[in-house]
Ligand binder design. Structure first.
Ligand code: ADP
Ligand code: MG
Ligand code: MG
Length: 927
């Protein structure tokens, strides 16, 4: 019979860390911590398979589950020496969700379950602590009412109905803090809560502990499909079929008085990555109090003074965990009357800054290898390092002028500026209108997740470094200032007061997430450390710690990657920046961009308006020296690295004006009639320019254009080579679908190359290749490769032509397509491996079939997108090419692809060896 329930307790667990798929992250790690001897209250985990079963079978459980839960509960009872529902010596439990991937606060937890009036009396007799018992009781009713019975705020400006009752009680009693309410108050609240539940839902509160337990289990499985869990999964690509596990665990109590408490901590600083214990705790508090930001907690350093022996215990666990998991961990703990219990641990979420620092530091500490370090940094995280920061001088001026509004916790580093909105739906709506916004909340909750995603930055008045806002902001890579207690936020009037000022919805503010400062107005930003070192060259690497880490990661990446990384650039300064970022060549130089440069658009238009070959050649003759100069600049900047230059590609109408006044002006400039200009532009009109007169078709109909461009390229090559700089031009013919197109163009290119070499009395190396960007090109790649010395996949066009989708017209249906999961991602962003990818594979196979050393690259937008880079590695391309700012990302992505590939290969090899050794028992299965 299938096993659905896994016990942990008394130093032994049936599960372990590797069983996350089955037990969820929380359950697997509770088991692991139990096994390595950490103090974990006993409990059991109901596996994710039950969740799957639940949704496949009309929300019902496997038959054997009831008995398994009963048996496990017995074991928990005997480990704890208490009985569930017992009037004398009762066991209380928590019911906790826990999916394979952590989804902070996305699903629901219920504490103190098993409580009812009889149990409460028994517990009071046992503990002699009436306030504690009724505090626990009212928390239970509150959580159960919310999570299981569905009593929660409906409108966005509303607050929690239970909090309303608590606030009323506090007012009646004239106190401010929850902790100031006494046992009698708490008992009264239990009654009021139950009455509210009865009146709003029509159901009484269940007194039977077992009924409570199954209600809670059902609610946790049910919460897997609630709106915020679904939204969260979408955002982080968590598949629905994973399901959640349910953990039932005996309670330990942080609310038993001043020697009890609860806290959360990171084994290192999750914002900066610094190697120091970072956490927060509250004495006489339970569970969610710390995370929910209801009271602002104390930093863990305070515990070292308040209770050194406890701090020592905790610090030892910190070391144990880091050594065991070899990573920065996020832990949850509770102290019950001076004794420490571990309630959760998981690999801690961190900012890009922290991810890099921790990976580099742990490599230095020999906790992990450089390969592991690379595996721990998501390529896109590097973006954060390149993002602007506030200009310090500008910020100082703002502060001096009295516009520093407040200071909070530096929960998510970086600089953000935007207009204030006070709730998540508004944030989404404003963002849709194209506004830049700062989401400002008293505290955030999982419901706010979409609004947080829409915001440039997040500002909260309550909560610590481990509050929901801080946690989620770090994961999203958002700028965040949390726990800014001075802010008096009023949701209903959409304003906040701070230091005598009133900030209204729509006002501009700026957040410095690195220092925690909140500033009035828009504060200008400046380039990041990495850019100042590499591009602006205004910062010395030795004064730039962030840059140093970046450099280490990049050097490791370069050690392991197999793909070469090139860049798409058509100007010398762009090319230089790209080289600074590590580009090893140019993969796409779009010559048409050059035509818009100074002095070039005139002759270009003359060329287009020309009536005869003679006129056209005359115009091209004017362009030749200008274009040659451009290429010289690029060859020089690339200093010996290969440069792929594409001959003219876009339809000609893109170079001429479409409005009457501009056409009249052009006519005047060129000394021809307006009618003629107008007519010519009209004649260039196309119904579907994407599939029109463009690409190699231009050069085939007007060979003199290809001839001029080839001449410009080769004369520049000869010239730069004569100056002692190596050159490696690669001439690339676009939009080839038929080998004869390429033959036609290649013949011109090669003839001109010969001519230039003869004229200059020199020799240079060059290649002629093609873009593969229409399906026919891929399908006939064997024919094309007889002429082409290299292929470069133009995946923008190849995606358009393979899918039959025009990118510029796709917005209206492509977003719904992705929502309906017709395509898993926007195929113009993430390469469609199944469709477009198959054509690429085919083209490589056929191309290398006739030309084994065929060089293959990609120059579409996908060349800088990590998952597409991985695919390019897998299909054995030689290089990827992307925009200069994505070069570091591509380097890292390429290394990760190579490393992910290596163990798989070893694995296959190992399997093969084993097969050979073991005697064949069964006849080989037929394929
Ligand atoms: P989340 O997944 O949202 O973090 P948890 O299941 O971790 O939810 O529960 C939230 C908090 O509730 C925990 O951090 C812990 O403080 C408290 N908690 C959960 N189970 C117990 C327990 N058995 N005893 C004491 N506190 C608990
Ligand atoms: Mg937790
Ligand atoms: Mg193209």
């Amino acid at each position: 019979m299938k096993k659905y329930v896994y016990f942990f307790g008394k130093g032994r667990a049936e599960g372990k860390a590797e069983m996350k798929a089955l037990l969820g992250g929380k359950g697997a790690n509770l088991a692991e911590m139990t096994n390595i001897g950490l103090p974990v209250p006993a409990g059991f985990t109901i596996s994710t398979e039950v969740c799957t079963h639940y949704y496949k079978n009309k929300q019902s459980y496997p038959k054997s589950l009831t008995n398994e839960v009963k048996a496990a509960l017995k074991k928990v009872e005997s480990s704890m020496g208490r009985k569930f529902g017992d009037a004398k010596n009762p066991l209380l439990v928590s019911v906790r969700s826990g999916a394979r991937a952590s989804m902070p606060g996305m699903m629901d937890t219920i504490l103190n379950l098993g409580m009812n009036d009889v149990v409460a009396e028994g517990l009071i007799r046992k503990t002699g602590n009436e306030r504690f018992v009724y505090d626990s009781y009212r928390r239970f009713v509150q959580m159960y009412g919310d999570v299981v019975l569905g009593l929660k705020p409906v409108h966005k400006d509303e607050i929690d109905p239970f909090e309303v009752l608590i606030e009323a009680k506090k007012r009646e009693r004239g106190v401010h803090l929850d902790t100031e309410l006494n046992a009698e108050d708490m008992k009264d609240l239990v009654g009021r809560f139950k009455a509210a539940i009865k009146s709003k839902t029509g159901h009484g509160f269940p007194e039977d502990p077992l009924k409570q337990l199954w209600g809670a289990i059902g609610a946790v499985f049910g919460s897997w499909m609630n709106d915020r869990a679904i939204a969260y999964r979408k955002m982080y690509d968590i598949p629905e079929w994973w399901g959640t596990a349910v953990n039932v665990q005996s309670m330990v109590f942080g609310n038993m008085g001043e020697s009890s408490g609860t806290g959360v901590a990171f084994t290192r600083d999750a914002a900066t990555g610094e190697d120091k214990f970072y956490g927060e705790y509250l004495m006489n508090a339970q569970g969610e109090d710390v995370v929910a930001g209801i009271r602002t907690p104390l930093p863990i350093a305070t515990l070292a003074e308040q209770n050194p022996s406890l701090y020592k215990q905790l610090d030892k666990i910190r070391t144990t965990l880091e050594k065991h998991y070899r990573d920065m961990m996020d832990i949850e703990f509770t102290i019950q009357e001076g004794k420490l219990y571990m309630l959760q641990c998981r690999v801690g979420k961190r900012t890009a800054f922290a991810a890099i620092k921790i990976a580099v530091d742990m490599t230095g500490e020999k906790l992990i290898s450089d390969k592991e370090a690379l595996a721990r940094i998501e390529p896109d995280q590097l973006n954060q390092l390149l993002r602007p920061v506030f200009d310090l001088k500008e910020k100082e001026a703002v502060v001096k002028s009295g516009r520093l509004l407040a200071k909070g916790l530096n929960a998510g580093p970086g600089a953000a500026t935007g207009r204030v909105v006070f709730n998540a739906p508004d944030a989404e709506a404003w963002k849709k209108r194209g506004e830049q916004i700062i989401l400002t909340r008293i505290e955030t909750s999982p419901e706010d997740i979409k609004g947080m995603d829409a915001a440039e930055g997040i500002l909260t008045a309550r909560g610590g470094m481990t509050s929901h806002a801080a946690l989620v902001a770090r994961q999203m890579g958002k700028v965040c200032v949390a726990g800014c207690a001075e802010l008096e936020i009023d949701y209903s009037s959409h304003t906040m007061k701070v230091r005598g000022k009133t900030i209204r919805e729509g006002d501009w503010i700026s957040l410095d997430g690195t220092t925690g400062e909140v500033l009035e107005g828009k504060v200008p930003t400046r380039p990041s450390e990495v850019l100042r070192v590499l591009v602006d060259k205004t910062l010395d690497p030795k004064d730039a710690p962030v840059y140093q880490q970046y450099a280490k990661i990049m050097s490791w990446a370069d050690k392991y990657r197999r793909l070469k990384i090139r860049t798409n650039a058509d100007q010398p300064d762009q090319s230089k920046n790209a080289v600074a970022f590590g580009a090893e060549g140019i993969g796409l130089c779009r010559t048409e961009h050059m035509f818009f440069g100074e002095g070039k658009i005139g002759p270009m238009r003359e060329m287009i308006l020309a009536d005869t070959v003679q006129e056209r050649k005359a115009a091209l003759a004017k362009l030749l020296p200008l274009q040659r100069k451009d290429f010289e600049g690029i060859f020089e900047a690339m200093n010996g690295r290969p440069v792929t230059i594409r001959t003219i590609d876009p339809p000609l109408h893109e170079f001429v004006p479409h409005e009457e006044p501009a056409q009249r002006q052009l006519a005047k400039q060129m000394g021809i009639s307006y009618e003629k200009v107008h007519q010519r532009v009209e004649s260039l009109h196309e119904f579907n320019p994407m599939l029109g007169f463009r690409g190699c078709r231009l050069g085939i109909i007007f060979p003199e254009i290809t001839e001029m461009q080839s001449r410009a390229i080769f004369e520049a090559a000869a010239e730069v080579q004569a100056r002692g700089i190596k050159v490696e031009p690669e001439v690339m013919i676009p939009l080839v679908g038929n080998v004869k197109e390429l033959e036609d163009q290649a013949a011109i290119v090669r003839r001109v190359a010969d001519e230039v070499m003869k004229e200059k009395g020199t020799k240079f190396k060059y290649l002629v290749g093609t873009m593969i960007e229409v399906p026919r090109g891929a399908i006939t790649a064997d024919e094309i490769a007889r002429v082409a010395e290299f292929f470069s996949f133009g995946t923008n066009d190849l995606t358009q032509t393979t899918l039959g989708v025009s990118r510029d017209d796709a917005a209206r249906f492509l977003i719904p397509y992705v929502e309906k999961e017709i395509y898993p991602k926007d195929p113009f962003e993430v390469l469609d491996r199944v469709g477009v990818g198959s054509l690429m594979k085919l083209a490589i196979e056929k191309g290398r079939g006739v030309r084994p050393d065929l060089k293959v690259g990609i120059c579409g937008e996908h060349g800088g997108e990590p998952s597409s880079v991985e695919f390019c590695h897998q299909i054995n391309q030689n290089y990827v090419s992307c925009s200069p700012f994505r070069v570091p990302i591509a380097r890292l992505a390429a290394a990760r692809a190579a490393l992910a590939d290596a163990p798989a290969r070893d694995g296959r090899a190992a399997k093969k060896r084993n097969k050979k050794k073991s005697p064949a028992r069964k006849p080989a299965r037929r394929r």
